[in-house]
Design a protein around this ligand. Structure first.
Ligand code: GLO
Ligand code: MG
Length: 380
């Protein structure tokens, strides 16, 4: 039996914030101690994690002086070499400070918008120094509870302006192959967030000055919070070549952001997502954005880390098993039909097609779904 040990080549990633999470929630105090970004980098590297993601503030406290910041960056680079771990996404925390209480990019106060941009410019500079080529923007505070107090059309314009402004900076600095991304989420911490789903993201990207340089980081839990199908959403973003990153985790639909360990819920749906990523040979990192249960102490956070990667590897093996199963593949071949281009309009109009005949085709959905479940349940 395979040992499901992660390798660097598996390209697993964790956000620094996922490990730094102290178990605090809206009703309760932390249940475990803090951890510095530097220590998280080393500990992840030791466990064969390929890379880390961060908000620049996860590594460098905002209160650091220029020389303290330089020292942290130097030490981060050293640990990245020592433990063979890269940085693959660096954004900014523009949601934590009370200054962002009514939005960051979409705040009506121009000084808050300027402060937001300062933070992002800093993140992009630090990313470049660490060899990271992606700045992902998550707009958790860019939303509203009191809709009459904000202008939603203005908000969309400001999101666009913000992305264009950052892209112009990347171009001015000559940061090669540096990309931007946005991470949609329907709500939390705001009542409603202005960038709720991947579809909204794709629509905004199409209106940017440089649409080719901006992608989507899709988080499975965010899709499920909106009650949507994560498998379908990943597929749509993948199909248009816009998947800049994926945040793997689990979530019961239509609830608060649970950020459960990948595989803790929704097993069939995440199997399908893994199948999609593997079958399409998507080259990106497999990033886990979740956190250990609040009941876990500092030590048990590593059970969460190991469990997340192990689940992915087990599911990847299940995908191989599913793809190699002759009965399943025979059924699928019959179901998915053949690629047949439409005939010319005139030919088509003249072709006799009997809908009653079409109805007779067997679809075997009961059978194929049961077989998939049996693969997942380990009896096939
Ligand atoms: C919160 C988001 C958040 C982002 C992070 C990325 O719900 O998932 O953790 O992934 O800010 O930069
Ligand atoms: Mg996320």
């Amino acid at each position: 039996m395979a040992d499901y040990q992660p390798q660097k080549s598996d390209k697993f990633t964790f956000g620094l914030w996922t490990i730094q999470n102290t178990g605090r929630d809206p009703f309760g105090e932390p249940t475990r101690g803090p951890m510095t970004g530097l220590d998280v980098i080393a500990e992840l590297g030791k466990r064969n994690v390929y890379s880390y993601e961060m908000h620049v503030e996860d590594l460098i406290p905002v209160t650091s002086s220029a020389s303290e910041a330089e020292q942290i960056i130097r030490e981060a680079k050293k640990r990245m070499t020592d433990y063979d771990i890269k940085c693959t996404n660096c954004g900014s925390n523009v949601f934590g400070h009370p200054a962002f209480k009514d939005g960051a990019l979409t705040s009506h106060d121009p000084r808050v918008r300027q402060y937001t941009m300062q933070r992002y410019l800093w993140a992009i500079d630090v990313a470049e120094q660490l060899g990271c080529k992606l700045c992902n923007l998550w707009w958790g505070r860019d939303g509203a509870e009191v809709d009459i107090a904000k202008d939603p059309m203005e908000a969309v314009k400001r999101l666009r302006e913000g992305l264009n402004y950052l892209q112009a900076y990347i171009d001015k600095q000559g940061y090669k192959n540096f990309r931007l991304a946005m991470e949609p989420k329907p709500n939390e911490p705001r009542g409603d967030i202005y960038m709720p789903t991947a579809g909204h993201g794709l629509a905004l990207i199409a209106t940017l000055n440089k649409p080719d340089n901006c992608g989507i980081v899709l988080e499975l839990a965010h899709t499920r919070m909106a009650g949507l199908n994560a498998y379908h959403e990943v597929a749509q973003v993948l199909e248009v070549g816009k998947l800049a990153g994926i945040h793997l985790n689990s979530q019961k639909p239509l609830r608060y952001d649970q950020d459960l360990r990948f595989g803790a819920e929704d097993l069939k749906e995440i199997f399908l997502v893994v199948k999609l990523l593997e079958d399409s040979k998507w080259p990106g990192t497999r990033s886990f954005d979740a956190h250990a249960y609040r009941t876990a102490d500092r030590e048990e956070v590593w059970d969460f880390v190991n469990g997340s990667m192990r689940t992915y590897l087990i599911l990847r093996e299940k995908v191989q098993r599913f793809n190699a199963d002759a009965e399943i593949q025979g059924l699928l071949k019959d179901l998915c039909g053949t690629q047949q281009p439409l005939s010319s309009h005139d030919q088509l109009k003249a072709s006799p097609i009997s809908p009653d005949e079409l109805t007779k085709k067997k679809l075997h959905h009961e059978k194929i779904d049961q077989l998939l479940q049996e693969v997942l349940m380990g009896v096939r």
